[in-house]
Design a protein around this ligand. Sequence first.
Ligand code: GLU
Length: 470
Amino acid sequence: MTQVVTRFAPSPTGHLHIGGARTAIFSWLLARHNGGKFHLRIEDTDLARSRQEYTDSILASMQWLGLDWDAPPMYQTQRTQAYDEAVEQLLRTGHAYWCACTPEEVEAMREKARAEGTKPRYDGRCRDRGLGKAPGSCVRLRLPDRGVIAFRDMVKGDIGVDVAELDDMVIRRADGMPTYNMAVVVDDSALGVTHVLRGDDHISNTPRQIVLYQALGLPVPIFGHVPMILGSNRQKLSKRDGARAVIEYEQDGLLPDALVNYLARLGWSHGNQELFSREELVEFFDGTNLNPSAAAFDPAKLDWCNAQHMRSMPLETLADRVRPFVEAIGLQIPGERALIGLCKLFRERATTLKALAEAFRPLLIGSRDLAYAAKDATKHLGETAGPHLAAFAEIFGQCEPFTADALDAAFNAYVADNGLQFKTVAPVLRTALMGFMGGGHLDLTMEVLGREETLARLAKAAAWRPEVAG
Ligand code: GLU
């Protein structure tokens, strides 16, 4: 069994978007599932539109998604010699010929065909003219006279195209550059690619590429064309549908594992399972069960998927992931233990890392900056709260060690020893600590705040007085 080799071949004319990312994910998974190789090729031959910053951005997004590649990326602009050699070979073996037709002449042929109601195509005028290289000339592939080009698509099943549908395509432009189909075939074969997974906007290129492989005497890879991702209205995906560059999802605080999970599931299935760890995806993705019809992008489901991943990942990892977001909103980063505590307190309440960092805010500001929700303070920090707040300061001040367990025990003892009810005293403590009736477990909240800050908040709450109107 030959080793499975796949590739992702972005054009660096923009950032990596979710459609491209999904193709990359499928290709990467197929390679990893089979213990094969995954390559990156930067298709940068469009000099006017390709930019280094986009190449950098695409590579950074790939890295962030955790889609590692097995060799330095291939750049098409560095491959001129290989393309020239392939064209030479095709000329030598009679599979290609020089064509001196001007673009106007070719257009006239197309026009004529259209007028006659046939498929617009190049009429093969230069096929047997025995022309050589000349300024303005291009090289065309000589198609077989008849036959059907058939292949079994991994996604769409059996496909057959009659060569009568095609024409002698240009493989080398007048400016010496190879055409897209020529470059792709030379490169995929140089990389030893066995499986080409790409968007179905390329499906019409595939028969042409197969003819090229055959003319070059090269093995033809297996193809799979995945349908594009649609917007919620089942139209072309747009920004309005929440379709953005991968880098924007990163900035929004999505987890790479969640985005990979969601995108993999969009167009592929494994029973009814929705949530997958990366290991599971690698285990289950064997290139089957790819959906031949287009799937619609659903931002709400992506958020849900992210929330689920945030809940199930190790707290230490979540803490590492959220740290830069805490920093970005200008909050003081707490120590490791406190940060983990914060993640534990709030991870069920946020769908993104950005929202999670924001949820930490009331606990990461100093007591001086803590503001009270008027309604909650009026209700819970009134006169009857005074004795409780004083008692809390006393018992928690002495709590040793200042840990959630010890604080919980001290609080329960206070409630029991004084014949109180949890529901009468807990809101007092909660409002004092958080400024409002929200947040998570009180014991852990205090541990995260630390002794000094807890006592400062209790003192501030004790001093609270309702504002007198007027
Ligand atoms: N550079 C092409 C694109 O971005 C990829 C073509 C291919 O995968 O063969 O659409």
